[in-house]
Design a protein around this ligand. Structure first.
Ligand SMILES: NC(=O)c1ccc[n+]([C@@H]2O[C@H](COP(=O)([O-])OP(=O)(O)OC[C@H]3O[C@@H](n4cnc5c(N)ncnc54)[C@H](OP(=O)(O)O)[C@@H]3O)[C@@H](O)[C@H]2O)c1
Length: 314
């Protein structure tokens, strides 16, 4: 089968589309014929070697943590899907930018999602719900409101126009929280459509947030990694701040860290919010698998207005 993979750390040109052995479903997993695979920051951070010493997967590595596909092999013990079903999901650190991939966590996509949206939905919402649970906006492992959600507390989401940030806005609003989100001004309308109050990110954030949230911010979710010090100072207590980007600063400041482990419950939450028309991931641009290097180059060059997606049907 064809897969995009890299043999050594480096620039997008290290990502090559090659013939590789097909993976097969093992007990508790399914294999899909991939229809589309989302490109997440973890993919190009891994390829660049940014995460060396933190995660050191054996090379060559096929990146890709989000995909939608049609099940074509079902592992022993799996009884919730059958061949021919369409699922979205993930597995480990990568493996999904390929014609076939084995998933360890999956769910049925929302009926209203396009293939590209289904390939963009999993990791972002999984990361968002784990982070929201860490600070009490949701109950852990569910989409039910936690204490902050039940109290209608105010959540500040830094990087709210991005994939994780937008998913967090949707899940927090659905849980009853009031949400203030940061984004550059061109993206404010997007945040407002999701139900957040939008402010610009950058220096002076505390004043802008105080102007729109005089009641004060209960908790902060950092989905940008730009300035955790500023976010902790703004809310006053590092235990009320969670980052999905900057564990080093979190360790220094005493803030919380959350991440997007493969998680069926979170995938189902994503799909349920999609069914309600609340979670409709933004797709930036699609590329055929053969242009995986160009897809990485665009994704890591700055936020292109939505998820970069590899379309395996092209
Ligand atoms: N730990 C995990 O398991 C996990 C999982 C998923 C993602 N992540 C991490 O979470 C981060 C976000 O991922 P993503 O997929 O949401 O990326 P993304 O879609 O590219 O979004 C990044 C967002 O950051 C915002 N941003 C850029 N510069 C900023 C600044 N100076 N201050 C505040 N916000 C700024 C951008 O907003 P504007 O364009 O509006 O400026 C953009 O919306 C990445 O670092 C990623 O590696 C971690």
């Amino acid at each position: 089968m064809r897969a995009a993979r890299f043999h050594r750390y480096g620039g997008p040109e290290e990502l090559r589309v090659e013939d590789v052995p097909e993976p097969h479903a093992t007990a508790g997993t399914v294999r899909v014929r991939v229809l589309a695979a989302g490109v997440n920051p973890i993919d190009w951070k891994l390829r660049r070697g940014d995460l060396r010493g933190v995660v050191d997967p054996p090379l060559p590595l096929v990146p890709g943590r989000d995909a939608v596909g049609v099940v074509d092999e079902v592992g022993e013990g799996v009884d919730d899907v059958t061949t021919g079903d369409t699922v979205f999901g993930s597995a480990g650190l990568g493996g999904l930018s390929a014609e076939h991939a084995v998933l360890t966590a999956w769910a049925a996509p929302a009926a209203g999602w396009s293939v590209e949206q289904a390939a963009s939905a999993g990791l972002a919402m999984t990361t968002a719900v784990h982070a929201l649970a860490a600070v009490g906006v949701l109950e852990p492992g569910t989409s039910a409101p936690g204490p902050v959600g039940r109290a209608g507390g105010t959540v500040l989401v830094e990087g709210a126009s991005g994939s994780v940030g937008a998913a967090a806005v949707v899940a927090a609003v659905a849980a009853g929280a009031r949400v203030v989100g940061t984004a550059r001004p061109e993206n404010h309308r997007v945040l407002e459509e999701l139900g957040a109050v939008a402010v610009a990110h950058g220096p002076g954030l505390a004043g802008r947030v105080a102007a729109v949230a005089p009641e004060g911010v209960a908790v902060v979710l950092d989905a940008a990694g730009a300035d955790l010090d500023q976010l902790v100072a703004l809310v006053g207590d590092p235990a009320h701040v969670v980052t999905v980007v900057d564990p080093v600063a979190a360790g220094r400041l005493g803030a919380l860290v959350a991440g997007g482990e493969n998680d069926v419950a979170a995938l189902r939450t994503a799909a349920a919010l999609g069914e309600r028309g609340l979670y409709l991931p933004r797709v930036g641009r699609t590329f055929p698998l053969e242009e995986a290097a160009a897809a990485h180059r665009l994704a890591e060059g700055g936020f292109p207005g939505g998820k970069v997606v590899l379309d395996l049907r092209r």
